[in-house]
Design a protein around this ligand. Structure first.
Ligand code: ASP
Length: 345
């Protein structure tokens, strides 16, 4: 059994929802789907979650825009949502930010479930939150009891309920966590995380040319990359599946035929991956994860020297290089290292 999570861009309009329905129907093992709220359709568009957060602060235009997105998508899909949208329109302005933000996932999951003719399971019933994080024992117990008898279900990501029944959200991007919890609780053989990119790329394609998709990476490496700034998966979504020994597949819903990236306890990346993050001092820390970090240190330093970037600090371990560079040198340093460590290899 496979648990699938779909990110906001994969649900941004009716055509994309039809596409994910095709993905789900293609393999009957894909029994449970966790969905985000509709994301951006084009550059400059707004995510439904951002609109809802503004709506919670009294912005009526944002509320209207969020509800209009759902009305348009549901009309195209031929799914009746009038009652749900009317209720959301009344509740959102008076129920607080977490409740408002959660309605993006709630409405999206409800709509997708109706379209697929799958069961809708409200996350408030099954995801138990305590002090902002999932209460694993109660969450797993409820997920198992509620989902086990079902053939298929769609579950909203990003939120759950406290013991007092109040709706609370995870941090932004938290639908990844819900997906991992569902996969962990149900003992899935695979957690598929579907987005609009091919998988883990050797560096951020917005900053670097000629990036390649990394076919396999270990959970340990992925956690390190997340901690170092790689924004591929929410870092809290790694533990539930890692502990249960469930591999995660990163897949592109726009190109489902592409192999994507497999994260598991077994494999290590053979392709170097580069990431980094800003430091408070105005410097940036750059991490190159590679199976032969020690051997590549000289190469990395030579590449940086050529571009005139002098690292302020460097550390090399068997599987990674860490470099501190001036913040403004970061993009240049990243490109130089990518050319030397990834493109050449
Ligand atoms: N919709 C939420 C966000 O925009 C959660 C998610 O997409 O995972 O952050």
């Amino acid at each position: 059994m496979i648990v699938c999570k779909f990110g906001g861009t994969s649900l941004a309009d009716a055509a994309r929802i039809r596409q994910i329905a095709a993905i789900l129907r293609k393999d009957p093992a894909r029994r449970f789907a966790v969905v985000s709220a509709p994301g951006k359709r084009f550059d400059g568009d707004e995510k439904v979650t951002d609109l809802l957060l503004r709506a919670a602060q009294g912005d009526q235009t944002a509320l209207g825009a969020a509800l209009a997105r759902f009305a348009e998508i549901s009309a195209h899909l031929g799914v009746g949502m009038e009652r749900e949208l009317r209720r959301a329109g009344e509740e959102i302005p008076v129920c607080g930010a977490d409740y408002a933000a959660s309605r993006g996932e709630y409405l999206c999951a409800y709509m997708t479930a109706k379209y697929l003719r799958w069961e809708f399971v409200d996350a408030a019933e099954v995801i138990c939150l305590r002090d902002g994080t999932a209460d694993l024992e109660h969450t797993y117990d409820r997920l198992l009891r509620r989902l086990k008898p079902l053939k298929n279900a769609v579950i909203p990501g990003f939120y759950g309920a406290t013991a007092q029944g109040e709706i609370r959200t995870f941090p932004r991007g938290g639908s990844d966590i819900t997906g991992a919890l569902v996969a962990g609780a149900m003992g899935a053989c695979l957690y598929e995380n579907w987005t609009d990119v091919d998988g883990l790329m050797s560096a951020d394609p917005r900053l670097v040319e000629n990036t390649v998709c990394v076919p396999a990476v270990s959970y340990r490496q992925m956690r390190l990359l997340s901690a170092m700034g790689a924004q591929v998966l929410h870092p809290d979504s790694l533990l539930p599946v890692m502990r249960a020994g469930i591999p995660t597949a990163l897949k592109n819903s726009f190109h489902p035929e592409r192999p994507g990236t497999r994260i598991s306890t077994a494999h290590g990346a053979k392709t170097p991956c580069l990431t980094g993050r800003a430091l408070e001092s105005g410097a940036a820390l750059l991490a190159a994860l590679t199976p032969e970090a020690m051997e590549l240190t000289g190469k990395a330093l030579a590449a940086l020297k050529e571009t005139g970037v002098r690292p302020r600090w460097l550390g090399a371990w068997s599987d990674r290089l860490l470099l501190r560079v001036k913040g403004r040198c970061f993009p240049e340093a990243l490109r130089a290292l990518h050319r030397a460590l990834v493109e050449e290899i």
